[in-house]
Ligand binder design. Structure first.
Ligand code: ATP
Length: 337
């Protein structure tokens, strides 16, 4: 059981003209047994944030608390956290069983007890049949699960995961996502999970912290973040295809930028938004219509495949219900009430 608190955490790499602020005054409380996702584009500082919780990186300023205790100066191995990396980091010459047992061996746990724990973790992750193999004889997905099993046997209060699924193919990624959600439900641990994949964020997290340039733009449940993005950055980062942003003044006041999700943009001859169809993507269950309006405006609409689909080159009018319009400050990009 563990709550993790980040209080005004910053991390600056380098000095003077070479200084990079990777994490900029982040405050966030991750509750006991949460599955918190740190989501953001490459370079936004999410891995650095996670590495600071693990103790692999020291904050330049701010406090880090686990269960109310300041751990800034506590060694990684004494923090009761386990980190799972994208790169598995398995020992190639050891069997799966020995790899899983390793953290317990370091702790001086007896051989019989180690074997029992490894077998239990292997069972949870469907690895029982592979315990005698070496990592080289496993698929990427199986290796990833070995890395997870090795973290599980430690029974940490906090699991830290840095893009653990990025080496897997689409099918395995889907399966392992479901496994992780299940694992979280069964273990009494807090999960902090770094990804740039918004599908992972939407499907696994109890809450998502969206990070941009070292700062948190929004924290909320996946649905909250999707339904009411706090900024144009979040609006465009969450959702595939991303939200359409209309030029300020196209609808309403000139200091307001309107956003519309592609599923809310309807083809309607009386609509006020006009675009010429550039491309149609037939996905089976839906058609993505990509259009270009005045001034290089790019529009995406999702249409049902059996509706009348316009042709490439057609000029189409669109509309959206008032209740589906998102309003942002045109200057700052911040959501307006
Ligand atoms: P990615 O998804 O690409 O891994 P990220 O969001 O995890 O990106 P970080 O790895 O946390 O980003 O890096 C944040 C910023 O800090 C980047 O600009 C990066 O170049 C910089 N940075 C990270 N580690 C160091 C380091 N050891 N020395 C100098 N700069 C660093």
């Amino acid at each position: 059981m563990a709550q993790v608190q980040l209080e005004h955490i910053s991390k600056v790499f380098g000095e003077g003209a070479d200084a990079t602020t990777a994490v900029d005054d982040v405050s966030l409380t991750i509750d006991d047994h949460e599955f918190m996702i740190l989501l953001g584009p490459s370079g936004c500082g999410k891995s650095t944030l996670l590495r600071m919780v693990a103790g692999l990186e020291d904050p330049t300023s701010g406090d880090l608390l686990i269960d109310g205790l300041r751990v800034n100066d506590v060694e990684p191995k004494l923090r009761d956290v386990a980190m799972v990396f994208q790169s598995y980091a398995l020992y190639p010459h050891k069997t799966v069983q020995r790899n899983i047992e390793f953290p317990l061996k370091v702790r001086g746990v007896s051989k019989a007890e180690r074997a029992k724990e490894a077998e239990r973790a292997a069972e949870v992750l469907g690895l029982t049949d592979y315990l005698r193999r070496k990592p080289g004889q496993l698929s990427g997905g199986q290796r990833q699960r070995v890395a997870l099993a090795r973290a599980i046997v430690r029974r940490p209060a906090v699991f830290l995961m840095d893009e653990p699924l990025s080496n897997l193919d689409a099918k395995l990624r889907g399966d392992t996502r479901a496994e992780l959600v299940d694992l979280h439900r069964r273990l009494n641990s807090t999960f902090i999970y770094v990804t740039h994949d918004q599908v992972e964020a939407m499907t696994m997290g109890t809450r998502v912290a969206v990070i941009n340039k070292g700062r948190i733009e929004q924290v909320g449940s996946p649905q909250e973040v999707y339904d009411a993005p706090a900024s144009t950055f979040v609006a465009q980062f969450i959702g595939t295809p991303p939200m359409n942003l209309l030029p300020p003044g196209m609808i309403g006041a000139s200091d307001v930028q309107i956003g519309v999700r592609p599923e809310h943009l309807r083809v309607d001859p009386s609509g006020t938004i006009t675009g010429s169809v550039r491309q149609l993507e037939h996905l089976g269950h839906e058609v993505l219509l990509l259009a270009e309006g005045d001034g290089g405006l790019h529009l995406t609409a999702r249409i049902a495949p059996h509706d009348q689909v316009p042709g490439v080159g057609d000029v189409v009018r669109f509309t959206a219900d008032e209740r589906f319009l998102h309003r942002f400050d045109a200057a700052t990009g911040v959501r307006l009430p």
